[in-house]
Design a protein around this ligand. Structure first.
Ligand code: NAI
Ligand code: MG
Length: 504
């Protein structure tokens, strides 16, 4: 164990495994149960977003590595034992994975915070426990995935089997690296599939550590292959590969469209969880203090790097000004700094690229005539200069046609927009390409139900926001994608239905 000198000179006691990850030679990729270098020998750097320094080097997967991984996954699927194992045995292994994530929770949380930037409070209390919970939940499903008998003519017996799809390519983003790995792997493995997983190039470390834990838990070789690398190379190779039966993707709508197009060559099954520009609608009759708090966490949680963030905050005209002011006051007290520093609520953005994208939108918003009543700029306070920090920003004077109201910013930036009445709120709330989530704040139960039904989005939160539970499905309408993750609905993404006929 060593004392890490992380940004701002904070001495922080790192867990041994974290130390091993960040001080060691380049991390290898996991193929066929072995840790190997890239065929090309290339590596890439992952940086600490709190200060821009190089955190670790990682093997850079490309088409050849994906090919090896796909072959290993194919072999593990076709020859077993994973898809053919007694369900209770597969269940036991997945339960062990959940336990190991919890046992190593502290180190995984530190590793995630170092690689992604987000607050340690969050990785410890949200990302890591929810990742463990996801594996545990899907372990529970392993021996409950059943078919049906069908009421056919009496001369026949017909029944259905739910079989695994085969080899699944899973491409995940950087905003919740370990949690997204769990959302993808949990149901895929429970159903008996094998996997080629590509973590985001910005945040490969926790997925690689998870790979070690999967082996330790007894996941057989080749069942999960982890190929870190870039989207245009490793990611695209997964989408094209002929031995891969399905691709599951979480990320930008732009890349989601590309994947759908590319997947048509092999007719892979595709599921997509994409961007959002979610309306969070506050009626004047709401519990205002609760709504301010909900709006705050709805947009600044995880630095706003959340696909379902409530970035279009619609507030009923008569309380608009006072609500916007209260939100700005509350947001102004949030502590920003390196994620490992105690008490920090808002960390840095994940990368220089994301910093440029978000500050670009701040400039666009001002040019469009919006007014930043809080923030509106990069945070370069002493100690933060080298990190990718953007101040929590509240824009007023926004209308729903502006780019900052229509395009996903993916940073700590909220646009407050006034609305006249319920019809106006629903109409403007739905006026977006996206349909991932929405919030409604009111004490009127009937109004809450009406609006929840009228909004075209995969999730609607009433008098709350950003609530997640593995038992409840998550996914998009419109250009936010399709397919539902979490809950039993995710099992549909990872199974095929076979109909078997017997003549009696
Ligand atoms: P991205 O969509 O490019 O990256 C997400 C994942 O897709 C990464 O693993 C990446 O390597 C992979 N990828 C990229 N291009 C690919 C390709 N051609 N074929 C296969 N895989 C590919 O997202 P990026 O560039 O990191 O962020 C851009 C914007 O996307 C953000 O500002 C945000 O608006 C949105 N985004 C949405 C997320 C969500 O949770 N829905 C997560 C991350 C980003
Ligand atoms: Mg990209």
């Amino acid at each position: 164990m060593h004392k890490g000198d992380l940004a701002m000179g904070v001495a922080f006691q790192l867990e041994p495994s974290v130390d091993r990850f960040v001080k060691a030679p380049p991390r290898k990729m996991l193929i066929g149960g072995k840790w190997v270098d890239a065929v090309s020998g290339k590596t890439f750097a992952t940086v600490n977003p709190a200060d821009g320094s190089e955190l670790a080097r990682v093997a850079e997967g490309d088409a050849e590595d994906v090919d090896r991984a796909a072959k290993a996954a194919r072999k593990a699927f076709d020859d077993g034992p994973w898809p053919h194992m007694a369900p209770t045995e597969r269940q036991r292994i997945l339960l062990k994975v959940a336990d190991l994530i919890e046992t190593h929770g502290k180190e995984l949380a530190q590793l995630e915070t170092l690689d992604n930037g987000k607050a340690l409070f969050e990785t410890e209390n949200v990302d890591i426990p929810q990742a463990a919970g996801t594996f545990r939940y899907y372990a529970g499903w392993v021996n409950k995935i059943t078919g049906e008998t069908s009421p056919t003519d009496p001369g026949y017996f017909n029944f259905t089997l739910r079989e695994p799809v085969g080899v699944c390519g899973q491409i995940i983003p950087w905003n919740f690296p370990l949690l997204m790995a769990a959302w993808k792997l949990g149901p895929a493995l429970a159903c008996g599939n094998t996997v080629v997983l590509k973590p985001a190039e910005q945040t490969p470390l926790t997925a690689l550590r998870l790979g070690e834990l999967l082996l330790e838990a007894g996941v057989p070789e080749g069942v999960v292959n982890i190929v870190p690398g870039f989207g245009e190379t490793a990611g695209a190779a997964i989408v094209r590969h002929r031995m891969i039966d399905k691709v599951a993707f979480t990320g930008s709508t732009e890349v989601g469209k590309l994947i759908q197009r590319e997947a048509s060559d092999t007719l892979k099954r595709v599921s997509l969880e994409l961007g959002g520009k979610s309306p969070n609608i506050v009626f004047a009759d709401a519990d205002i203090a609760a709504a301010v708090q909900g709006a705050l966490m709805g947009v600044f949680f995880n630095q706003g790097e959340v696909c379902c963030a409530g970035t279009r905050l619609f507030v009923e005209q008569k309380i608009h000004d006072e609500f916007a002011a209260a939100l700005a006051t509350a947001a102004g007290t949030m502590k920003q700094g390196p994620g490992l520093e105690p008490g920090v609520q808002v960390g840095p953005l994940v990368s220089q690229e994301q910093l440029d994208r978000v500050t670009g939108y701040l400039a666009i918003g001002k040019k469009e005539g919006a007014k930043a009543i809080l923030g509106g700029e990069r945070n370069t306070a002493p100690g933060l200069e080298k990190g990718y920090f953007v101040k929590p920003t509240v824009f007023t004077g926004v209308n729903n046609d502006m780019r900052i109201a229509q395009e996903e910013i993916f940073g700590p930036v909220v646009s407050v927009l006034p609305f006249k009445d319920e019809h106006d709120a629903v109409f403007e709330g739905n006026r977006t390409l996206y349909g991932l989530a929405a919030g409604v704040w009111t004490k009127d139960v009937s109004k809450a139900h009406r609006v929840a039904r009228a909004i075209r989005a995969g999730t609607v939160w009433v008098n709350c926001y950003n609530v997640f539970d593995v038992v409840s499905p998550f996914g998009g309408y419109k250009q936010s994608g399709y397919g539902r993750e979490l809950s039993h609905y995710a099992l549909d993404l990872y199974t095929n239905v076979k109909s078997v006929w017997l003549k009696i």
